[in-house]
Design a protein around this ligand. Structure first.
Ligand code: DON
Length: 315
């Protein structure tokens, strides 16, 4: 679609101009190398896509190339787990920013194995454990993949098995988190099984266009506005957004809220999903990361996009 819409914003033009402006910095940052399969990704890739509740799509650059969604999957696992057990989930995991790196273990001992929030690795491992209830690991992985395909309205989405295997081979830190939480009796399933499911949902591959579409319900009060389905109730969408704002970029969440002003979730594959409530679901991808494990160019792109559109949850 082309031309200005009811919002008065020409989103197609804004997205392509923001892309061209930031493309001069393509390749900045460092690809995640603690997962060998991700270390092989070409850092010189950069895509943006957004979808509005009216169905307008604007995209630029490598918006159709699948990337490893990694921790962005944690938003969708949280949605599934809340659907399963409701607010009782919060007996298992907190809702506070950790102020620590995504893979930190230090707070866990002081806090009796209850992770600070669902987006740090320890928290997402617990959320995965909850979402697995009543399922074999294979069924749980299938359910998560189906949920992503349903939300993105695209059956082509798949898991990159090489990435999942790579993380299984090298994920000593996540193993440590799993076993440590288990020592506090915090996991219902065997550590190996929970981590198997966790690594597979992190290894889902999606393009910016697919991810922006999948996140649209968070920008549309919990509804899929394009099919008229309810995904979650409005209050739940609001709360997931609140957690993304406060915890979605780990120990850089405060700085990101200051610079961008939108709820977002990053992944070490270099993707960031951002939500402008009522306006758009946005996904940017550039594999080079900053010291916090967030896409460097992705953050700069969202900052420029928020400035150009005036989108912010802060008025
Ligand atoms: O567990 C891990 O370390 C990865 N599968 C996910 C970490 C991640 O994406 C952190 N995000 N910025």
């Amino acid at each position: 679609m082309a031309g200005p819409k009811a919002s008065g914003l020409d989103l197609g033009r804004i997205v392509s101009e923001v892309h061209d402006e930031l493309a001069t910095r393509i390749g900045e940052g460092t690809v995640a190398d603690y997962i060998p399969e991700l270390a092989r990704v070409d850092p010189r890739q950069f895509g943006i896509a957004l979808v509005t509740p009216e169905g307008e799509v604007a995209a630029a650059g490598d918006a159709d190339r699948p990337f490893s969604i990694q921790s962005i999957s944690k938003v969708f696992l949280l949605t599934l787990a809340l659907g399963r057990v409701g607010e009782s989930l919060w007996t298992r995991v907190g809702r506070e920013p950790s102020g620590s790196p995504f893979n930190s273990i230090v707070q866990l001992e002081h806090e009796a194995g209850r992770p600070r929030n669902p987006f740090i690795n320890a928290g997402a491992i617990v959320v995965t454990d909850v979402a697995m209830a009543g399922h074999s690991p294979r069924e749980a992985i299938g359910e998560i993949l189906r949920f992503m395909r349903y939300l993105a309205d695209d059956d082509d989405i798949a898991i990159d098995r090489a990435v999942a295997a790579s993380e299984l081979d090298t994920g000593a830190r996540n193993q440590a988190l799993g076993w440590f939480m288990r020592s506090f009796g915090r996991l219902d399933h065997e550590v190996e099984k929970v981590l198997g499911v966790y690594f597979h949902h992190c290894a889902i591959a999606m393009s910016c266009r697919q991810m922006a579409r999948a996140g649209l319900f968070l920008a549309a009060s919990g509804r899929d506005p394009l099919r008229g389905h309810s995904v979650v109730r409005p209050a739940r969408a609001r709360r997931i957004n609140a957690l993304m704002l406060t915890c979605g970029l780990y120990d850089a969440s405060g700085d990101f809220a200051y610079r961008v002003g939108l709820p977002a979730k990053s992944g070490v594959g270099g993707g960031i999903l951002a939500v402008a409530p009522g306006q758009a679901s946005i996904c940017v991808w550039a594999p080079g990361l900053d010291a916090f494990g967030n896409s460097r160019l992705g953050g700069l792109t969202l900052e420029a996009l928020a400035r150009r559109t005036g989108w912010s949850v802060f008025g």
